[in-house]
Design a protein around this ligand. Structure first.
Ligand SMILES: Cc1cc2nc3c(=O)[nH]c(=O)nc-3n(C[C@H](O)[C@H](O)[C@H](O)COP(=O)(O)OP(=O)(O)OC[C@H]3O[C@@H](n4cnc5c(N)ncnc54)[C@H](O)[C@@H]3O)c2cc1C
Length: 446
């Protein structure tokens, strides 16, 4: 009988769970760590390259971020770059040109102002006119060899890391955690059915037996809240799963092209990206669609959705507040139509022409099997939809629950560092903080 008592057991083998396993192995004196993953491989769901946009969000091309948030995201994104530089093999982080594209006078004015405000924090970002855009991305600036009619302006760069295969990165984290020589157990096809809390440990029940842990971190994506609720935690929160779909077109972009975000719309604006898994294709999207299930493309999870939504007057009020705004209402409706065969391509192509003005309906196809779910959290106490990540850290208990919508993959090492501090403090273990800050944060703490 193998020893199933671990210092830390992590539920979920996505980027959040695997980055924490690495951080604990490399930067603490914790000796044994288990990662329990429900499916038969690491990163099968949202972390998989098919599910997300594969972007290293640095705050430079995301116009929905304030300067403060952009600087903070950049610092955690940079932790991944430092990680990639220090390990033997980088097969997950890539450089592509990237830009924010403004179309029309009003957007160009907004972008010009944003560029001025952000240039000190992002000195590598340049302001590009239509000619320069045509040099970097001809299909964005030209239609049939002639300049597109609307005024365009971009802020971009050509020599920065911008794309990540987060699924491959998850595997890299586990490989490098194992190189520390510590006891790192990864159990695949091990769905945690139940967690029981005892005075000095937890029991995690799976079909293959029970695991014991001094500390548990639940990084189970949209299922984290369901598990938290089973232990009586996070009862004031609900999960709203926002699915995102993509469309393919044969390669038309050399790099990432993001559009200006409408402040009223809480979900990502359309962008175009070279696809890391389909080298001859450009991916356009994501769309944003509320789905009554917690996982895309796997059977079931409808009941889990209702159990985490916990529909009541407060949740309905949040929906009502969203829907009473005409911009949001139209956006939700339009995104619903993007899923209806035949009609979807004809509607989507109109939006996609903001990026590729010469795009034709017959040049795009719905990317079947692509696109994951962002577990957006509704706070019932404040009656608002939270746009960023959410964690539940019950006081004086050795358990953490993480819900990580975008940009949760980019910020994985920052989140892991945050969790590692709590774990070490509560288990009375040592965090090698100076080493971590030197290795991953250029000597300056977050
Ligand atoms: C359309 C879209 C585009 C996105 N684009 C980007 C982007 O460009 N850049 C970026 O940084 N982020 C992006 N994101 C967000 C990013 O994908 C997520 O933040 C990230 O993948 C979350 O990782 P995770 O490990 O927390 O969750 P997941 O990857 O979902 O992993 C959770 C794991 O827990 C497992 N699990 C669940 N329940 C159990 C259980 N009971 N027992 C055991 N295991 C369990 C699941 O099988 C799963 O493997 C995007 C998301 C979407 C949907």
């Amino acid at each position: 009988m193998q020893n199933r008592l671990f210092d830390v057991v992590i539920v979920g083998g996505g980027i959040t769970g695997t980055s924490l396993a690495y951080t604990l192995a490399k930067y603490t004196d914790i000796k044994s760590i288990a990662v329990l993953e429900k499916y038969g491989s690491l990163a099968p769901l949202n972390t998989n390259a098919r599910s997300n946009s594969q972007t290293l969000h640095c705050g430079d091309i995301e116009t929905n971020y304030t300067l403060e948030k952009a600087i903070q995201v950049k610092r955690t994104a940079n932790m991944l770059v430092r990680y990639a530089e220090q390990i033997d093999k980088n097969d997950f982080l890539f450089k592509y040109p990237k830009m924010i594209l403004a179309v029309g006078e009003a957007e160009c004015d907004r972008l010009q102002k944003r560029y001025e405000a952000f240039k000190e924090a992002f000195p590598y970002m340049e302001l590009w006119d239509a000619d320069k855009i045509a040099e970097v991305e001809p299909n964005v600036a030209l239609v049939d060899g002639k300049p597109r009619p609307e005024k365009i302006l971009a802020s971009g760069c050509t020599d920065e890391y911008s794309a990540v295969n987060y699924g491959v990165l998850s595997k890299s984290f586990i490989e490098n955690a194992r190189k520390t020589g510590k006891n790192i157990r990864v159990s695949l096809s091990s769905k945690v059915d139940r967690i029981l809390a005892f005075k000095d440990h937890y029991e995690l029940q799976t079909a293959h037996g029970t695991y014991l842990a001094k500390f548990v971190v639940v990084s189970a994506g949209a299922h984290s809240l369901l598990i938290a609720n089973q232990l009586g935690h996070g009862m004031n929160l609900s999960t709203l799963p926002m699915a995102g779909s993509f469309y393919f077109t044969p390669t038309k972009l050399n790099g990432k092209v993001y559009t200006m975000q409408n402040d009223k719309l809480p979900f990502a604006a359309l962008h175009g990206d070279p696809d890391l898994t389909e080298p001859k294709k450009t991916r356009l999207g994501p769309t944003a669609l509320v789905l009554p299930k917690l996982e895309r493309y796997t059977g079931g999870t409808y009941i889990d959705f209702w159990n985490t939504l916990k529909l009541d007057r407060k949740v309905l009020k949040v929906f009502w507040d969203l829907l009473k705004d005409a911009t949001i209402r139209n956006y939700i409706f339009r995104n619903f139509l993007f899923e209806i065969p035949w009609l979807n391509k004809r509607l989507f192509v109109k939006d996609a022409r903001k990026i590729l003005p010469g795009l034709k309906v017959e040049e795009i196809s719905y990317a079947e099997g692509y696109g994951g779910v962002r577990p957006q959290v509704i706070d019932k106490t404040t009656q608002e939809l939270k746009l960023g990540e959410a964690s539940i850290v019950p006081e004086n208990e050795n358990i953490i629950y993480n819900m990580t919508p975008s940009p949760g993959a980019t910020t994985c090492l920052g989140n892991a560092y945050r969790d590692a501090k709590i774990i070490c403090q509560r288990l009375n273990k040592t965090l090698y903080q100076t080493r971590l800050i030197d290795d991953l944060l250029d000597g300056k703490d977050l």
